[in-house]
Design a protein around this ligand. Structure first.
Ligand code: PMP
Length: 406
């Protein structure tokens, strides 16, 4: 395959950091933004900015068209059947919290079971802990295999006819595991449970089709897919969203208001109380167009090429623990033996290489891995083979600081 050559589209990547050209390997935390996205937001604020849905004036109409147009772009991008099933949120976290509050209030009873995995990001764990406390439901966890994957047997042993909801990540932000969502939704539906998928680490990197997955809810964030921060998406099947109540009440989401009662708008607006994140939606739309112009399949293949190459290089170094399965998405979580990951990341930063270190919002998974923290290098469409070489060189340089580890 021909590797992608798009670094020049990202102004931030042309700088030097600590006197070295920047190598950004922290896209799983947040991705950088191409000029096209920055321009779309600037153009919106320069020429079209107004509040949406009620302006009779021209700018109000333009802003509304931009905002609702972005919704249709998202709908097509994930192949949702209806644009009313696309709710704009602040990000994955808010999207999951909406379902946890609203769905569980209607449908979860004491003794019902909610199934998760130990690899969930805190954003897909804490909301369900709260649901369990509020409703008397029980949390169950599908045990992980040694390599950090889920076996069919474990899935089928954990999801039962007592399960009301399965909340699971599509791709692990630590292990890189890609979970078999379609198989899980099929089995969960047989058992009478609905499935919410945390797609924060999937949508930026692979083609996602919510109808093919047949999930009931799917959540993701704009900022991890070249869009701005502060915008995300909750997709939900309208059969569920229509039955669910809003979680935030106020302007924009109402139909009629009297002093002591009110009625709401229909989907999706009943879940979008207050002035929405208009410029964020415009930026997200530009990001989707940017990714689609390149092609999600090409992005997936490019990241795989970088990850395979980085794995090969890492395996040639002694004293590196790598976590997660062989089949993985474009990130590598690792530790240098006897070196704290914060120290590893600090040395790499001094060479202009940005990686993440810490628990990655997955403290229970750190416990499962029997570590307190790890380092993580994550790749995206703008990374190159040279970036991987700089990363490996940086790790070798770390040896200068921390003794003869390798
Ligand atoms: N789930 C996963 C798997 C993630 O990686 C993240 C972000 N690190 C989130 C949820 C939360 O996303 P956000 O902070 O954008 O709401």
């Amino acid at each position: 395959m021909t590797p992608l050559d798009v670094k020049q589209d990202f102004p931030i990547l042309t700088q030097t950091v600590n006197n070295h050209p920047l190598v950004y390997l922290d896209s799983a935390a947040t991705a950088q933004k191409p000029q096209m996205v920055i321009d779309a937001i600037e153009t919106y604020y320069k020429y079209d900015n107004a509040n949406v849905h009620r302006g009779v004036h021209t700018l109000g109409q333009r802003a509304t068209d931009a905002y609702e147009g972005a919704r249709e772009t998202v709908q097509q991008f994930i192949n949702a059947p209806h644009s009313k099933e696309i709710i704009f949120t602040r990000g994955t976290t808010q999207a999951i919290n909406i379902v946890a509050r609203s769905y569980s209030e209607k449908f979860i009873q004491p003794g019902d079971e909610i199934v998760l995995t130990p690899m969930e990001h805190h954003s897909n764990l804490l909301p369900w802990q709260q649901v369990a406390k509020r409703t008397g439901a029980l949390l169950k966890f599908i045990p992980l295999e040694k390599d950090g994957t889920l076996s069919e047997t474990a899935v089928k042993q954990t999801i039962t006819d007592k399960t009301k909801l399965v909340a699971i990540t599509h791709v692990s932000n630590v292990l890189g595991t890609i979970n078999p969502i379609k198989e899980i939704t099929t089995y969960a539906h047989e058992m009478g449970a609905v499935v919410l998928v945390d797609g924060a680490q999937a949508v930026p990197h692979m083609k996602v089709d919510v109808q093919a997955l047949d999930c009931d809810f799917y959540a993701f964030s704009g900022h991890k897919m070249c869009g701005p921060t502060g915008i995300g998406v909750l997709y939900g099947k309208k059969q569920w969203l229509n039955q669910m109540d809003p979680v935030e009440y106020g302007g924009e989401m109402i139909d009629f208001v009297e002093l002591t009662d009110a009625t709401w708008k229909e989907l999706p607006w009943k879940f979008e109380g207050g002035t929405p994140i208009i410029a964020g939606a415009v930026g997200l739309q530009a990001a989707i167009k940017y990714l689609e112009n390149i092609g999600l399949d090409k992005i997936t293949a490019h990241e795989k090429m970088l990850t395979d190459y980085a794995m090969e290089q890492l395996k040639q170094l002694d004293g590196v623990d790598i976590y997660g399965p062989t089949e993985r998405c474009g990130l590598i979580t690792f530790n240098l033996k006897d070196v704290h990951p914060h120290d590893t990341a600090t040395v790499l930063d001094s060479y202009g290489v940005a990686v993440r270190a810490g628990h990655h919002c997955c403290q229970p998974l750190m416990k499962w891995l029997n570590v307190t923290a790890t380092a993580r290098a994550s790749f995206y469409l703008y990374n190159t083979i040279e970036d991987v070489d700089r990363f490996i060189d940086g790790l070798k340089q770390a040896k200068e600081f921390f003794g003869d580890v390798f």
